[in-house]
Design a protein around this ligand. Structure first.
Ligand code: AKG
Length: 344
């Protein structure tokens, strides 16, 4: 399928049309509300307050409520140094500025999800997303395939390494608090994520003149435990499904937008919620976002934690499945709302 960054250069001319495969009749018809209001802004969780014994209990209650009712929150005071964030922002922005041939040196092979290319394409008839991506496996370090790691800009690999380490620390810390909140031994939850497997998908959404007619990223849930999303440039475009409407997220500068993925909904036996989300595009400006996904280890079982099933009267809400089968199922389907978790 075509490179969307290149396609946008021609399609955005007034005498040109957006190809039919990108036109989404549903994109502009559903109600969208602004996520800045007192009742519509996603909760903000302060990691420094979670870690401070004086404020931890109160902040942990906010974290629980965010994961139960919203599936999303913004994380501030997360402790990732400013220079780590600014370096990764700079290098990702530089990468997408490279000429097409230079980016295609890292092209995603058809049978892999790593590399530079386009979002989930599983059939000839499927509608396409208005965006390109760079997908990298970050952790465990031995799983990295450096063929897909850009060597330009020259600081790219080092920036990514530091970012991966810092975001893995944040995710681990949040999972520990969530385990405590659910009343399970943090080790039994962390064991599922042994080695802290982590992937990153960088999304590049070019502008689109007919913005209400295309989607940057189709509605979907993440297959992960927790996703940490960084707004790489200062453009908004993330929307989450809330009470049947689309709610636009106004990301705070430097905060992570964190969401619960299918795997955490399942492990928690339904206590926390994996919520559908999508990305819309701007008529004139490009947008770049970077999602870091925290996965289970290869030999894990994805299913409700036994301690929670016991607490819940022996009733698992979801089936259990080998992690590899769970991910195969996810990658063999197109992005499609809550279909993955609801099929469990
Ligand atoms: C993803 O990469 O899974 C996302 O949902 C990204 C959303 C965004 O770009 O705001």
């Amino acid at each position: 399928v075509p490179n969307v960054q290149e396609l946008a250069l021609t399609c955005n001319r007034p005498d040109q049309q957006i190809p039919d495969r990108y036109i989404r009749p549903e994109a502009g018809t559903e109600e969208v509300i602004c996520g800045q209001g007192i009742n519509t802004a996603i909760p903000v969780i302060d990691l420094a307050k979670l870690l401070n014994p004086q404020s931890s209990q109160e902040e942990c209650a906010k974290l629980r409520s965010a994961c139960q009712h919203w599936g999303f929150f913004q994380l501030v005071n997360h402790g990732v140094p400013d220079d780590v964030i600014s370096d990764v922002r700079r290098d990702l922005t530089e990468f997408f500025k490279l000429p097409l041939e230079a980016k295609e040196a890292y092209a995603k092979p058809p049978d892999k999800y790593e590399g530079y290319g386009q979002h989930f394409v599983v059939s000839e008839k499927q509608k396409l997303d208005w965006g390109d991506l760079l997908h990298l496996r970050l952790r465990p370090t031995e799983s990295r395939d450096l063929r897909f790691w850009p060597a330009h800009p020259s600081s790219f690999r080092n920036s990514m390494e530091r970012y991966s380490l810092e975001t893995a620390k944040v995710a681990r810390c949040l999972l520990e608090f969530l385990a405590m909140d659910m009343g399970v031994d943090p080790e039994s939850l962390l064991e599922v994520f042994r080695g802290q497997p982590q992937n990153m998908r960088v999304n590049y959404y070019p502008p689109c003149r007919q913005t209400g007619k295309v989607l940057g990223l189709s509605p979907h849930c993440d297959a992960t435990s927790l996703t940490l999303l960084l707004h790489v440039n200062d453009m908004q475009g993330l929307q989450i499904r809330k009470d049947g409407k689309w709610l636009t997220i106004e990301a705070l500068d430097g905060a992570f937008v964190v969401n619960v993925g299918d795997m955490l909904e399942i492990l928690s036996n339904g206590r926390y919620r994996s919520v559908e989300h999508r990305a819309v595009v701007h008529p004139e400006k490009e947008r770049i976002s970077a999602a870091v996904f925290h996965q289970a280890c290869r030999d894990a079982t994805v299913g409700p934690l036994p301690e929670l099933v016991t607490k819940d009267g022996g009733r698992p809400v979801y089936k259990s499945m080998a992690y590899e089968d769970f991910m195969k199922r996810f990658f063999s389907a197109k992005l499609d709302g809550r279909a993955n978790v609801e099929g469990m």
